[in-house]
Design a protein around this ligand. Structure first.
Ligand SMILES: Cc1cc2nc3c(=O)[nH]c(=O)nc-3n(C[C@H](O)[C@H](O)[C@H](O)COP(=O)(O)OP(=O)(O)OC[C@H]3O[C@@H](n4cnc5c(N)ncnc54)[C@H](O)[C@@H]3O)c2cc1C
Length: 474
């Protein structure tokens, strides 16, 4: 499609799901859009990886069905028949030497039914009773909590915090609830203000689907199919997509005298990548801060996590001993834990049993072969596996998987390993989040702006597109 002088020309920097969704929204609204992606592939933190001949998601693997936002996008792309549900096996929490099925949760491990057998098993009778009185507490308790941990402790007690909410928060946000704000969990603060009870609020946020780990869905072939679907739709809409073009600098409107457009995007060696009326920055937090001119922040403003996947030939895993996976509480050091003869904690914060969770992957892997995905790293500290060679990581991951799954996985049954390091921004409302001021005409998108998870960021990207169009029409 030829550029049209009457249409606003907008550059979207970053070809992850935020950028591609914003670009689609802009194009549908009539803008002339160019997407500029620094890497050679689109998708950002949605990425496939091949392990033992099976392609798995090594980044995001599912989306929350809450609010229907992602499902609506998938529907717009004509891909609704590609939506798949995980096996309804539930997930577990590893708490010290104990492995406990995760009770049906409202959201973020907040129990939906505090006196259910599963919750009593997880919290013990005193912990479950303490949580059960929550709806009777005055609304004012926890209202001014400075962190998610403080709110949960005040309303539900310490056991619910340590045994359920903390491991789930570590799994979802890579962050301790002490560092997270109440507003970090999309919708929770508003629901709590409305309901006056955290249990009811958490149930509302979840959208009434109470099975542990059940309110998510994936796509046949993996979440990379969402990126493929968006890319095809952008081509249909006439959006230009440039890959392998890192934006290094945004030139201020005042500095651009020799063009009708307001913004100039510069790449390596100051090559001009685009001249546009408006910009959507859908890049990770550290990159966005650098591009809007914050100095000295690159690389320091984000935390890393590492995902390690193992392919294991062991039919004992056919019975999915930890359902679709398990979350590890911080203090998980069992008396019987040994690595190299010495007592050792589990270093992973979560494990997904990929072939138990997604039947399609099990079919591809074949009988007796299993794929598990472990994640390492918490906000404020580097992942334990970073900088280690593959042999060391294989040994750590095998040890952790053995302890989490309760099966001694022999070294000779681990047939393949892949690993991938990711940078995570600070979710909004968290202790480490800092506001960023974008100049007029520049709009920000991404999980660090709108909240963690594809449901929040797809919505956020749509809002960013509207804001970008409004900005250029003034
Ligand atoms: C291991 C892992 C598992 C996850 N699991 C889930 C899950 O199951 N469900 C869920 O909802 N969420 C999950 N998430 C979160 C989810 O993946 C992210 O929130 C989401 O993919 C972020 O999308 P984004 O487009 O905002 O950012 P990104 O995907 O990070 O995209 C940003 C893009 O900007 C590009 N870029 C960077 N710098 C420049 C530059 N200078 N110029 C041009 N381009 C640049 C990058 O290459 C990248 O493609 C997971 C995240 C990780 C890491």
């Amino acid at each position: 499609m030829e550029p049209d002088s009457r249409r606003p020309r907008i550059a979207v920097v970053g070809g992850g799901v935020s950028g591609l969704t914003a670009a689609r929204e802009l194009a549908v609204s009539g803008a002339d859009v160019v997407v500029i992606e620094g890497a050679d592939r689109l998708g950002g933190r949605i990425r496939g990886a091949s392990i033992a001949g099976v392609t798995i998601d090594i980044g995001a693997e599912s989306f929350a069905t809450r609010g229907g936002t992602v499902a609506a996008l998938i529907d717009d792309l004509g891909m609704t028949d590609q939506i798949v549900r995980p096996a309804p096996l539930g997930s577990w929490v590893i708490d010290g030497p104990r492995s406990i099925p995760l009770p049906a949760a409202g959201t973020l491990g907040i129990p939906a039914a505090p006196l259910s057998r599963a919750t009593v098993r997880a919290l013990g009778a005193p912990g479950a009773l303490r949580a059960a009185i929550e709806p009777l507490l005055p609304r004012s308790i926890g209202r001014d909590a400075a962190s998610l941990a403080e709110l949960v402790r005040a309303r539900l007690g310490s056991r619910a915090l340590h045994r359920l909410v903390r491991p789930v928060a570590l799994g979802v946000y890579s962050s301790d609830p002490d560092r997270l704000g109440v507003t970090t969990v999309p919708g929770l603060a508003d629901a709590f203000a409305k309901r006056g009870t955290l249990i009811a609020a958490a149930r509302d946020v979840r959208g009434g689907q109470a099975a542990a780990g059940g309110a998510v869905a994936g796509l046949r072939g993996g979440m990379t199919q969402l990126i493929a679907g968006l890319e095809a739709d952008l081509a249909r809409l006439g959006v230009t997509v440039r890959r392998g073009a890192k934006v290094r600098r945004l030139q201020e409107p005042s500095a651009v005298h020799d063009t009708a457009h307001a913004w100039r995007l510069l790449g390596d060696d100051d090559a001009v990548l685009a001249e546009v009326d408006g910009v959507v920055l859908a890049v990770p937090e550290n990159v966005a801060r650098r591009l809007v001119g914050e100095s000295g922040t690159a690389g320091q403003t984000t935390d890393r996590i590492e995902v390690v996947a193992l392919a294991i030939d062991d039919p004992r895993l056919d019975r999915a001993p930890r359902g679709t996976g398990a979350l590890v509480a911080r203090d998980a050091v069992g008396a019987a834990s040994k690595r190299g003869g010495e007592a050792a904690p589990i270093l992973a914060k979560a494990l997904t049993h990929v072939t138990a969770k997604w039947p399609e992957r099990a079919r591809e892997a074949g009988p007796g072969r299993h794929i598990v995905r472990l994640s390492y790293g918490r906000a404020g500290s580097a992942p334990e596996t970073v900088g280690l060679d593959d042999a060391e990581v294989r040994s750590i991951a095998r040890y952790d998987a053995s302890r989490i799954l309760g099966i001694d996985i022999r070294a000779d049954t681990v047939v393949d390993l892949v690993r991938c390091t990711w940078r995570m921004g600070h979710p909004p409302g968290s202790r480490d989040a800092r506001p960023v001021v974008a100049p007029p005409g520049v709009t920000l998108a991404g999980d660090w702006v709108s909240g963690t998870g594809l449901a929040a960021i797809v919505q956020g990207a749509r809002e960013a597109a509207v804001a970008a169009l409004t900005a250029v029409s003034h």
